[in-house]
Design a protein around this ligand. Structure first.
Ligand SMILES: *Cc1c(COP(=O)(O)O)cnc(C)c1O
Length: 386
């Protein structure tokens, strides 16, 4: 096959990104330098938040937020089952329990209904609700925030898929990270995400005290009191070393400037997918968008009736691979992982299981062309025998 392989996602690194990293390498600071604060300020501005705290990856962003909120043993967090492991694991890192919420099988998102059902199952105080904006589609934040308020919990958005996404609600418009309906939002700059730094993460918040505690959690819990000797530091609580190096902040700054272009590229490709996939209904349907969606899609997930078509998903994945097309399943429901089964016993979440039975993510990244989308849809059509 002469055509290049299309992975399900990949970074877009250009010459000016490389030059920005080279400049940082020639500078005095490899780790805590001026680009860290510059990246944080530019990021806060891009998402419409008062504060942004950079860290080494999206998992650390979630963990630091749990630490900064003081969540711990005897408490619980609600996370949807259809997500990456880290959303649930961050509660366990601080000794809290996870209550898994089901999802809408058409969108893959936790809804106010599935959240209410999960809250009713909680057997201890729920401190945080962790909606995941799966694929870049934004959860119903105003309703989720209202339920959280009634439960005495805060909302922490797992926004790792959703940099640049927006959604119009009856209560007003929201941009992911603006903190209109949440205490904080966590982002990732893993190579498949909307902007890439290799490893990288950020927490956006409008709460200055939370931002201060996030910075403590990020760097050993160390404080240097004003007026103290230059070598003096104090620690009230042990923190971690979750700092994002100056070198990677240089890349993040350069990538962030491209967010409008990357977002436009993803939007155009998603539109082309929707048009070219339409003839494959009802066997193949793009995952649904919630009402008022103005998403920048991170994943192009389709829902395939493998059972009705009499096709095994692993054979379809292999047939796509032979045609130069990568694909991935987002996600195996986290409540079915051996660790969580062992801890919480068998739990039935029919929406998550129905989503998992049909989901397959197709290639989507800004460097793709319309021709690439056509090639993917052709390969899928053949692989499914349609
Ligand atoms: C990528 C991702 C994370 C974790 O981010 P890392 O930077 O890989 O640690 C957390 N949650 C979701 C939904 C993700 O996609």
């Amino acid at each position: 096959m002469s055509e290049p392989f299309l992975p399900y996602g990949r970074q877009t690194i250009e010459e000016d990104d490389i030059a920005a990293v080279a400049d940082a390498l020639r500078d005095d600071f490899l780790t805590t330098g001026p680009r860290v604060e510059a990246f944080e300020a530019a990021f806060a501005d891009a998402v419409g938040a008062q504060h942004a705290v950079a860290c080494i990856n999206g998992t650390a962003a979630l963990h630091m937020t749990m630490l900064a909120l003081g969540i711990g043993p005897g408490e619980a967090c609600v996370a949807p089952s259809v997500t990456f492991l880290a959303t649930a694991n961050c509660a366990r890192y601080v000794g809290a329990e996870v209550v898994f919420a089901d999802v809408d099988p058409a969108t893959g998102l936790m809804t106010p209904q599935t959240l209410a059902e999960a809250l009713a199952r909680a057997d201890r105080p729920v401190r945080a609700i962790l909606p995941v904006h799966l694929r870049g589609e934004v959860c119903d934040l105003p309703e989720i925030a209202a339920l959280a308020r009634d439960a005495g919990a805060v909302v922490v958005e797992d926004a790792c898929h959703a940099l640049g996404s927006e959604r119009r609600f009856a209560a007003g418009d929201g941009r992911v990270g603006d903190g209109r309906w949440s205490a904080a939002a966590a982002f990732s700059f893993h190579p498949v995400k909307t902007i890439a730094t290799g490893e990288g993460g950020m927490v956006a918040t409008n709460d200055p005290d939370l931002a201060r505690r996030l910075r403590l959690a990020r760097s050993h819990g160390m404080v240097r009191p004003a007026g103290a000797a230059p070598w003096w530091y104090e620690m009230a609580e042990p923190g971690f070393n979750y700092r994002l190096p100056d070198i990677l902040c240089a890349l993040g700054l350069s990538q962030l400037r491209k967010l409008p272009r990357f977002a436009a590229g993803r939007r155009a490709l998603a539109e082309r997918y929707l048009a070219s996939l339409a003839p494959l209904a009802p066997h193949v349907r793009p995952a649904a968008s919630p009402e008022g969606s103005a998403a920048v899609l991170h994943l192009m997930t389709v829902l395939i009736d493998f059972e009705g078509l009499g096709r095994a998903r692993d054979e379809v994945v292999e047939a796509l691979r032979r045609r130069g097309v990568g694909s991935q399943v987002h996600y195996i429901p986290v409540h079915t992982q051996p660790y969580y089964r062992e801890r919480y016993g068998e739990l039935r979440l029919p929406g998550a299981e129905a989503w998992y039975a049909r989901a397959l993510s197709l290639p989507l990244y800004p460097a793709m062309t319309d021709g690439d989308v056509d090639r993917v849809v052709e390969a899928l059509t053949e692989a499914l025998g349609l």
